[in-house]
Design a binder for this molecule. Structure first.
Ligand code: KG4
Ligand code: ZN
Length: 340
């Protein structure tokens, strides 16, 4: 079956076509970064309006690129979590196209998309595995026993990792989006001019907290900020955030006994995090699986793929649709067609 995937949960408009036999056939993304940059963050109303303008032409492009030798057999769109208005654009268009084509449609959980994105790469991990999901809205460790069978082992009690990167970048005047800006500044920073805490690593458990780290940055930044000091604070922040994530991954690998770690979501694009986790894997005889860089951040390839797996599992939904601004990964409907 061929599935059209649509992603509009935040500030990227994306579409993709996934084929059950041939894999990913086409994918395109239109980023709204330029639209939101002057505001220092995503403006929900502007995001929705831009999705409305861009989505249908983008769908036409991926359908043309995929070729017409086989029709689309199903449509998958992100239902949540995310910005309600933005989600409704993808849901409305996705469901309407499915209705017009007479094919089934399914709402996909955005974080399930991220979680499964490394499975789009060659030599994908076998189940079960440990997953670290680090995005702008979520930070969690999950025990992934099978497709659709997720147990949350730990999550952030306050800010998400990506949110902490974004807030720290804003504080340092590095702009939006914050993650790549911090990574660039940190590359010029001195390693030990500042040392920030590794929150919640001194007590048992797998939860995360990033708000204390933010406070440490605020205190360090309460001086005249020259370019070198900005770089040094960015470096100390990134070192602390990366170290905290890696310490919890090592703990979770130990607790589960798993040797496979999947890392996905926007922050998984961070090279310092990848280097630190690669070290961890080498030390513990584990293996880390990442999506390719362009699929770390939001994309529709992961939505088409997750949607294909759910539609193949015979999951049918009625014509009505909704947006779920908040939606826990563990509240996903079970798979009718079995877990694998
Ligand atoms: O997965 P994603 O594109 O959207 C959400 O689902 O939230 O993640 C976006 C987050 C943002 O907070 C962004 O600053 C962060 O991922 N990010 C990074 C990097 N690239 C994106 N954080 C650290 N280093 C990066 N290179
Ligand atoms: Zn995302």
């Amino acid at each position: 079956m061929r599935v059209l995937g649509i992603e509009t949960s935040c500030d990227d408009t994306a579409a993709a076509v996934y084929d059950g036999e041939r894999g990913l056939l086409s994918h395109r993304l239109y980023s709204q970064i330029a639209l939101h940059r002057d505001y220092g963050g995503v403006v929900p109303e502007l995001a929705s309006r831009d999705h409305i303008r861009k989505l249908l032409p983008l769908i036409q492009v991926v359908l043309d690129a995929a070729g017409a030798e086989q029709p689309i057999g199903g449509v998958a769109y992100t239902t949540g979590p995310g910005l309600a208005g933005a989600l409704l654009v993808g849901a409305a268009l996705g469901r309407s196209l499915a209705f017009a084509w007479g094919v089934p449609a399914v709402g996909v959980h955005h974080m399930e998309g991220h979680l499964l994105s490394p499975l789009l790469e060659p030599d994908p991990p076998a189940f079960p595995f440990l997953a670290l999901l680090v995005s702008g809205g979520h930070t969690l460790l999950a025990d992934v026993r099978a497709f659709g069978d997720y147990r949350i082992l730990g999550e952030s009690v306050d800010d998400a990792a990506g949110e902490a990167f974004d807030k720290t970048a804003k504080l340092l005047g590095l702009g939006y989006p914050g993650g790549p800006a911090i990574e660039r500044a940190a590359a010029r920073g001195q390693p030990e001019r500042f040392t920030f805490p590794r929150p919640m690593t001194d007590r048992p458990g797998l939860d995360f907290s990033f708000s204390g780290l933010k406070t440490a940055c605020v205190q360090a930044a309460a001086v005249r900020l020259d370019a070198q000091t900005v770089a040094d604070i960015a470096r100390a922040f990134q070192d602390a955030a990366v170290d905290t994530l890696a310490i919890k991954c090592e703990r979770a690998l130990g607790a589960t006994g798993y040797k496979r770690l999947v890392v996905a979501g926007g922050v998984s694009a961070n090279r310092a995090l990848r280097a630190r986790l690669d070290d961890l894997a080498a030390r513990t005889a584990a293996r880390v699986y990442y999506p390719r860089l362009e699929f770390c951040t939001d994309n529709a390839a992961m939505i088409a793929f997750a949607g294909y797996l759910r539609l193949r599992g015979d999951r049918h939904e009625g014509l009505e649709f909704n947006a779920r601004a908040r939606w826990r990964l563990t509240d996903l409907p079970a798979l009718a067609g079995g877990a694998q």
